[in-house]
Design a protein around this ligand. Structure first.
Ligand SMILES: *[C@@H]1O[C@H](CO)[C@@H](O)[C@H](O)[C@H]1NC(C)=O
Ligand SMILES: *[C@@H]1O[C@H](CO)[C@@H](O)[C@H](O)[C@H]1NC(C)=O
Ligand SMILES: *[C@@H]1O[C@H](CO)[C@@H](O)[C@H](O)[C@H]1NC(C)=O
Ligand SMILES: *[C@@H]1O[C@H](CO)[C@@H](O)[C@H](O)[C@H]1NC(C)=O
Length: 329
């Protein structure tokens, strides 16, 4: 039996080839605006996020609706959020601890801050429900100093709902800012906004926000078409992504939702989920990750597929072959 090592040797060489090419895939993202909304996964479902992170992920940034980073092993930008007026002091303190190095960001970088999630919306639906006047006061006193030396963070306009109510809130907020600070109102570096609806509505909503803040880039930090079946949702995503990638005043976007089908809320419906009920990519999730061209397919799971586990199983094979060799001799 000692005359057979040629075949395993060739296999070994080609496996080493696979190992080195898969680990050399780090490259500039083809979708630099595209980001991830981190939503706490269900119990025992932490591997779900392996679907979205890692060296071959086209996603470049993420947020958690909080000042707490969760994916610190990933080389991406973490964008802390000060969710509402009530947690502003604590949030600023946390952000400062990352800034001065007493809090750890792991591999993440941090340059931007999102403020106030849906202050015009109810707490029931994830909004922070605070008046324009009180929000202006908290912004000016607690958050605005982070735009100055030595911090120099880029800070967003409060992320309202994509609705007339949102525009009205922003209008009143701006008035309160000028009332409380006649020297300059509230200063911002970018706008964050949300959209739920069809493509024409999305394009028109972004146009309205751009008219209101013509000088500032926009981040679309939640968007989807709610309550549609898989095909209609996919068609909406297919139409939206290239539009958003091209839109020159739009700097970043993140699809809602990064959760399993069975955890979607009634209002958005299951169709928006990027994960199926096993925590594997839906076709929507695969497309958001760049599709087949980027190595993502429907059904691929954070607990199996992906580059890291390809490497892992190739390694196991190599080890297996070596053991077989030892056995042969
Ligand atoms: C990204 O592209 C730039 C310019 O082409 C290059 O200098 C840089 O090394 C690239 N980064 C990665 C991670 O490949
Ligand atoms: C860093 O920032 C935190 C949060 O504001 C603060 O408690 C801590 O004293 C700061 N540490 C240093 C060394 O500046
Ligand atoms: C805020 O109010 C100021 C002063 O009235 C006005 O010049 C500015 O256009 C307003 N900005 C927004 C975003 O409403
Ligand atoms: C969306 O785009 C992908 C990739 O181009 C394509 O395979 C798929 O059929 C499209 N789906 C719909 C519903 O448009």
């Amino acid at each position: 039996m000692k005359s057979t090592p040629v075949l395993p040797m060739a296999l070994l060489v080609s496996l080493i080839g696979i190992l080195s090419t898969t680990s050399a895939q780090d490259s500039n993202s083809t979708h630099p605006k595209r980001g991830l909304i981190y939503i706490q996964p269900g119990k025992g479902q932490d591997k779900d996020y392996n679907n979205f992170v890692g060296p071959k992920s086209p996603l470049t940034w993420y947020y958690t609706y909080s000042p707490w980073p969760t994916l610190t092993q990933w080389d991406a930008e973490f964008v802390p959020m000060i969710h509402g007026v009530d947690d502003a002091t604590e949030g600023v303190d946390r952000i400062l601890s990352f800034h001065n190095g007493t809090g750890t960001l792991g591999q993440n970088t941090m340059n931007h801050i999102l403020t106030f999630n849906e202050p015009d919306g109810d707490t029931d639906s994830g909004g922070s429900d605070s008046s324009p006047r009180h929000s202006a006061q908290v912004y000016l006193e607690t958050i605005a100093p982070l735009r100055e030396d030595p911090y120099n963070f880029q800070i967003s306009v409060p992320a309202t709902t994509g609705s007339p109510k949102g525009l009205e809130w922003l209008h009143d907020f701006n008035e309160s800012c000028w009332d409380q600070n006649p020297d300059g109102g509230c200063q911002f570096d970018f706008v964050a906004t949300h959209w739920y609806g069809d493509f024409a509505g999305l394009a028109s909503w972004l146009g309205s926000v751009h008219d209101l803040y013509p000088e500032l880039p926009i981040w679309l930090t939640e968007f989807a078409i709610p309550a549609m079946d898989a095909d209609a949702t996919q068609a909406f995503m297919n139409q939206s992504l290239p539009f958003l990638d091209e839109l020159e005043y739009l700097d970043r976007y993140s699809w809602f939702g990064t959760f399993r089908e069975n955890r979607a809320n009634e209002w958005t419906g299951d169709g928006v989920s990027m994960l199926n009920s096993n925590g594997h990519l839906t076709s929507l999730g695969a497309e958001y990750m760049g599709g087949q061209a980027a190595g993502y397919e429907e059904g691929q799971g954070g607990d199996q597929g992906a580059a890291s586990s390809v490497r892992c199983s190739a390694l196991l094979l190599v080890v297996g072959i070596l053991i077989a060799f030892v056995g042969l001799w």
